[in-house]
Design a protein around this ligand. Structure first.
Ligand SMILES: NC(=O)c1ccc[n+]([C@@H]2O[C@H](COP(=O)([O-])OP(=O)(O)OC[C@H]3O[C@@H](n4cnc5c(N)ncnc54)[C@H](OP(=O)(O)O)[C@@H]3O)[C@@H](O)[C@H]2O)c1
Length: 379
């Protein structure tokens, strides 16, 4: 698999240094933040690249992607559409080429936003999306539907919402026990041959399912939760299988839904109508209070290296393998800048190992999902 492109990395480091200096300057005169940023924004195509998948399934993207979900769904209050479009354009300008959405986010509103903001850049950036959760008349039913005819229908509808001729990477969002994975993989192969999608992937599946699916139609990427507080994919064979079969890996919720960024405490109120964190055992006030030790360890690690805890969380994932591309989500320009800056840091392997051991010794309170959400993963 392709390693990081050194030339683009050098160029990026140079440009991001200029951008960083300008951000510092901009912070001293808050009214001028936007114009100062705009004046020195790095030109597009300036981020290092990574390749997900191999052979005909290879897909080269910026080393960090952008999770669009929280702009309309599950992350409490979000800014208005104009702001989101500007932020997505800013990400394109900064060289992000991988944007992640799904039919169920909203439902539909997230794809519509991504289509409106990014459709015009279809020849330059990639918007990946996901099918699987049944959506009828714009509402999720809570059921899975990965029957071939439904996949085809959802594909056509996503193409329209995203304003694309082909979906760059179409993921099965959750395994459907009623449809053999070979049938899903076969349908993906047909859609690739018809030019409706370019690549395919799956989320939160077992190593055995990945092997079966890949045999039928080569996979580009597996997307599962992975971060310093949730390392199941290291134990359940998923990462090892990706390595063996040269399939890319896209860690979702790379900062544990914002927790590792350090801005959440036991008093944080999540919007009861638009935030799934209030339903997660790991986000009860008691769990947040207990798990804050982990954020403190990240902050401590970052302090002497000039890194924030968000950058430590993302940097740890990036150094795990060159075929891993995290997709942090944000609604803020400052967080986008901070997250992309992660690519400019270089931390010795031994230091990461030390941190990893330190965090592993701290018990995590609360499971990541409630019983219903847990039931849908790991097939
Ligand atoms: N396949 C799946 O089943 C699945 C499941 C969940 C998510 N996903 C994908 O993964 C993407 C990211 O997941 P996520 O949103 O759950 O988790 P995340 O990226 O770990 O965290 C997002 C949260 O972190 C905050 N944040 C971002 N940068 C920050 C920084 N530098 N410092 C402090 N806080 C920061 C954001 O708030 P601000 O807006 O204030 O920055 C946001 O609320 C989603 O957009 C979606 O595309 C996939």
């Amino acid at each position: 698999m392709e390693k990081q492109n050194d030339t683009s990395r050098r160029l990026f480091l140079k440009k991001i240094t200029v951008a960083g200096a300008a951000m510092a300057l901009a912070k001293t005169c808050s009214n001028e933040t936007v114009s100062a940023q705009a004046a020195v924004q790095p030109q597009s195509e300036s981020l290092p690249r990574r390749t997900l998948g191999s052979g005909t399934a290879a897909f080269t993207v910026s080393s960090l992607g952008f999770g669009v979900m929280g702009m309309t769904y599950n992350r409490s209050e979000h800014p208005d559409k104009k702001h989101c479009v500007r932020l997505l354009h800013d990400a394109v300008e900064r060289g992000v080429t991988l944007f992640d959405t799904a039919i169920i986010y909203g439902p539909l509103t997230n794809e519509l936003l991504a289509g409106e903001a990014l459709g015009e850049f279809r020849h330059k950036v990639f918007v990946t999306t996901k099918f699987g959760h049944e959506v009828i008349n714009g509402k999720g039913t809570g059921r899975q539907d990965s029957r071939p005819a439904t996949i085809r229908l959802y594909c056509e509808e996503s193409l329209k919402r995203l304003r694309l001729d082909a979906i760059p990477l179409f993921y099965q969002h959750r395994f459907d026990p009623a449809v053999p994975i070979e049938d899903v993989a076969g349908t993906m192969g047909e859609l690739i041959r018809e030019g409706k999608i370019l690549h395919w992937g799956m989320c939160e599946v077992s190593a055995a399912t990945i092997k079966k699916a890949h045999k039928e139609q080569p996979l580009t990427a597996i997307q599962s939760e992975y971060h310093l507080m949730h390392r199941d994919v290291e134990q359940n064979g998923v990462l090892a299988t990706c390595r063996e079969l040269e399939i890319g890996f896209v860690p979702y919720s790379p900062m544990n839904r914002g927790f590792l960024g350090g801005g959440i405490n036991e008093y944080t109120i999540f919007d009861p109508n638009n935030d799934n964190r209030q339903t997660l055992p790991r986000f009860t006030p008691q769990a947040i209070r207990a798990n804050t030790r982990i954020v403190a360890a990240l902050q401590n690690f970052g302090r002497t290296r000039g890194m924030t805890s968000a950058q430590v969380a993302l940097g740890w994932l990036l150094q795990k393998a060159p075929w891993i591309v995290p997709i942090p989500g944000t609604t803020k320009h400052s967080h986008l800048e901070e997250n992309l800056q992660t690519l400019a840091f270089s931390v010795p392997k031994d230091d990461w190992l030390h941190l990893e051991r330190e965090i592993a010794a701290i018990p995590v309170m609360g499971s990541r999902y409630n019983a219903e959400q847990q039931r849908q993963v790991g097939y």
